[in-house]
Design a protein around this ligand. Structure first.
Ligand code: NAG
Ligand code: NAG
Length: 376
């Protein structure tokens, strides 16, 4: 069944501008899936009948997804993932692929450095980097309990442990300990989460006006103020994103249908000409703002990639949107021989269904210099 779920989520047609080949593949896959589903359903019915005598499952019992432990994990030795998802033409899509519950949180050798920075930011930036509305309190508690008692000690047993009586959570890397019961102040809970993992976390709840951001801890925003998203609905959250209207409705539908245990991942990228992870303005160019071509300092120019996940929380049904941020020096991209490919991707920002992305991502400023460097 896992294989089936994977194919289905991967081929979800969020946008219809992928060209005829995509549709052929999609059509082929859908037909195959229909057949498969029929066969599987038959099997499922049989199984159902043979299970009739068994006691009914209590529907209030929440099934926690199983997590595969990384028994030998050494965070210091873990290299950062190199995400190189460049396409020659930029189309705005959700382009999600299915993700296993085990892969929710990624840890690597930058862990301790990133955590130190996050602790400072949570102190100095306070409400800018974490907050919760009354509607979000139960979901913050649920997320806290899930990460601290289920996910982290199961996935990374060499880093996180529970005390024998399961009342305390120990972070063996930082030496910190926390009660496993969520603090009653949601901001305190978010602060603990924000200094235990380096993923930025947003919780969204469905409302008659669409999904609304009800809580967040976000230390690494890429040119926007995270606190401005608190209490906002999806359209307002993305108000400055060009062509967002093309994917807005599918995103809402997608969020509504997201199933527990069947999370998804996607990534996006931009270029920045500084090394800051915390950036509440800059990176993007707003409508009306002036911008000109600029020279770049090669050793201060990075590809910034967000590895994003979407997960449904089982009890409160909130959607967790999380992302991990990577900064790759453009020198590294070029050294890998991907210079020309990435330059094409930069120019491709203007060529797809969201040409405003070129300006929005700031390519007006750095585009030419970066492409010249990458191709030289
Ligand atoms: C953060 O701001 C809140 C008010 O929103 C205040 O009560 C709290 O003391 C501040 N925390 C820090 C560490 O400055
Ligand atoms: C990724 O996309 C979101 C929204 O579309 C945007 O706010 C964010 O800045 C993007 N991140 C990067 C690294 O481009």
């Amino acid at each position: 069944m896992a294989g089936l779920a994977q194919i289905r989520e991967f081929s979800m047609p969020v946008l219809s501008n992928q060209g005829p080949l995509f549709f052929l593949i999609l059509f082929g896959t859908s037909a195959a899936l229909l057949l498969l589903r029929k066969v599987l359903n038959r099997g499922a019915n049989k199984r159902l009948e043979s299970c009739l005598e068994k006691p009914k499952v209590d529907s209030s019992v929440v099934v926690v997804p199983t997590i595969n432990p990384l028994e030998e994990f050494r965070w210091e030795n873990e290299q950062q993932h190199k995400i190189r998802a460049f396409k020659p033409i930029y189309h705005i899509t959700m382009a999600v692929r299915s993700d296993t519950p085990s892969d929710l949180i990624t840890i690597d050798c930058e862990y301790l450095n990133r955590l130190r920075l996050r602790r400072e930011l949570l102190q100095s930036e306070n409400d800018t980097v974490h907050g919760c509305t009354p509607m979000g309190e139960d979901s913050v508690q649920e997320l806290y309990t899930y990460l601290m008692t289920d996910y982290l000690p199961s996935r990374y047993p060499t880093m996180f442990k529970l005390s024998f009586d399961r009342s305390m959570f120990f972070n063996l890397v930082t030496g910190e300990s926390h009660p496993i019961t969520s603090p009653s102040d949601p901001k305190a809970a978010l602060k603990i989460l924000g200094t235990t993992v380096e993923e930025d976390l947003f919780l969204l709840k469905n409302t008659p006006d669409g999904h609304q951001c009800v809580a967040f801890v976000c230390c690494f925003p890429s040119g926007w103020n995270p606190s401005a998203k608190l209490g906002a609905h999806m359209t307002k959250i993305h108000t400055t994103v060009p062509s967002y209207e093309k994917i807005g409705p599918s995103i809402e539908r997608f969020f509504s249908r997201l199933q527990v245990g069947k999370g998804v991942k996607r990534s996006n990228w931009t270029v920045q000409t500084h090394d800051k992870l915390f950036n509440v303005k800059g990176n993007h160019i707003r409508p009306g703002e002036e911008a000109e071509e600029e020279d770049i300092e090669v050793d201060k120019t990075f590809v910034r990639v967000e590895l994003q996940t979407l997960t449904r929380m089982p009890k409160t049904q909130a959607v967790l949107f999380s992302f991990k941020t990577y900064l790759y020096p453009i020198q590294e991209i070029k050294a890998e021989g991907l210079g020309a490919e990435f330059a094409d991707a930069i120019e491709g920002l203007q060529k797809g269904n969201a040409p405003g992305m070129w300006r929005y991502k700031g390519a007006i400023r750095w585009g030419k210099s970066v492409c010249d460097y990458l191709r030289a």
